[in-house]
Design a protein around this ligand. Sequence first.
Ligand code: ADP
Ligand code: MG
Length: 253
Amino acid sequence: MTEAIEVKGCCLTYPMKDGSIHALEDVSFSAREGEFISIVGPSGCGKSTLIKVIAGLLPLTKGEVHVEGILVKGPHPNVGIVFQNAVLLAWRRVLDNIMLQVEVRKGFDKEEYVGKAMELIKMAGLAGFERRFPWELSGGMQQRVSFCRALIHDPPLLLMDEPFGALDAMTRDEMNVWLQKIWTEKTKTVLFVTHDIAEAVFLSDRILIMSPRPGTVKEVLDIDLPRPRDMGMREGVEFNQYVGKARRIMHSG
Ligand SMILES: Nc1ncnc2c1ncn2[C@@H]1O[C@H](COP(=O)(O)OP(=O)(O)O)[C@@H](O)[C@H]1O
Ligand SMILES: [Mg+2]
């Protein structure tokens, strides 16, 4: 069976005027269809670089990436991306921000996608807000709009780069529960970058722990907790053993 993502021996060096920056060194891993994988690692270890490589936004120095069995050579429609900031256009209403994704791509029937956008809006708990402007929404709601925008063309793979990093702790907890629910319903493969280990344990099937720059995969940790997971679980012994283990691996050697 084809893996959803296959990353093989990936190296990436950013060429700079005053010496190059070696961001990724021999990164390899794969993700199964529908799997939720988190990527954790110290700041600057190449997490965002890796996400951009998988999205086809950055060329590799060495190695290759396949998404849905297809070699990534440049930007491709098999991914949706959510960044730390919602990056919504202030002058466009919620629905029009989501539709932007369709408008910039050729061969999409706009009418058909308005219906899909409205479904996503409902799923994201934003029904009634489709005609509002981004600045009329809370941070969590804005991030849910950017999530809808990433999913409108129904990509099999969702890449999320610290999507809840700018939210307060309570909103973040709510978003974690929400994301788990959506992921269960939509059965997407997800790569989720976070620096919050508890968040990673809560959401993931597996956690990829990266070393400091140049980033390599230090260890992959299976999270064998039953689903659906609720916030109460975060107080449990098993949950906290996973958090401790991930933290120890991250800070070791
Ligand atoms: N466009 C770029 N040009 C040069 N260096 C970059 C660029 N983007 C990131 N870097 C450097 O590459 C390393 C990895 O960055 P990044 O992937 O953003 O790390 P992370 O997301 O894990 O914090 C860092 O040292 C960063 O300064
Ligand atoms: Mg980053």
